[in-house]
Design a protein. Structure first.
Length: 158
């Protein structure tokens, strides 16, 4: 994400924003907040399906998980997650909370592509499943943090 309101980047913080209140109330993928919340709930459901013990085993082994090559959507998700600290710092430095909104939406979209393309629970070999579970855990925590910073709930179910 670029800065300064250039092509492809978020608008400057002093840009006028038009709010569509009907869209804001709508529970569909057209509503960005709903879309991000739904991604969080989808991850929660997937992790619940995997089971607390399996999630704990996968996260405990995170330092031992060395996988190459990554699927392109796995790589995109890793890159998006790694961008969070810099995006957060930039949002704070510029007093631009819209950057957190844009980041959360981009993360939810990247996660959705990962979810579409990569089998998680039951993936083989076990190291692949573990790595993907860890990606889900980190994605869920990052989305929850973004929503919390924006004063929006991060539901477990929708």
């Amino acid at each position: 994400m670029g800065g300064g309101g250039g092509p492809g980047g978020p608008p400057p913080h002093d840009t006028t924003v038009d709010l569509d209140l009907d869209l804001a109330r709508e529970q569909s993928s057209e509503n960005d907040v709903y879309y991000v919340q739904y991604a969080h709930a989808r991850i929660a459901s997937m992790l619940e399906r995997a089971g607390a013990e399996r999630v704990a085993t996968a996260t405990a082994a995170v330092g031992e998980l060395e996988r190459e090559p990554l699927d392109s959507t796995e790589r995109a998700l890793v890159e998006q997650l790694l961008a969070f600290p810099a995006e957060l710092a930039e949002a704070a430095d510029r007093r631009a909370p819209h950057r957190i909104v844009a980041y959360a939406l981009a993360l939810a979209q990247t996660f959705t592509a990962f979810y579409r393309d990569c089998h998680v629970v039951g993936a083989e070999p076990l190291e692949v499943e573990s790595f993907r579970i860890v990606l889900c855990v980190v994605s869920r925590a990052t989305i929850a943090r973004c929503l919390d910073l924006l004063g929006v709930s991060a539901p477990e179910r929708m």
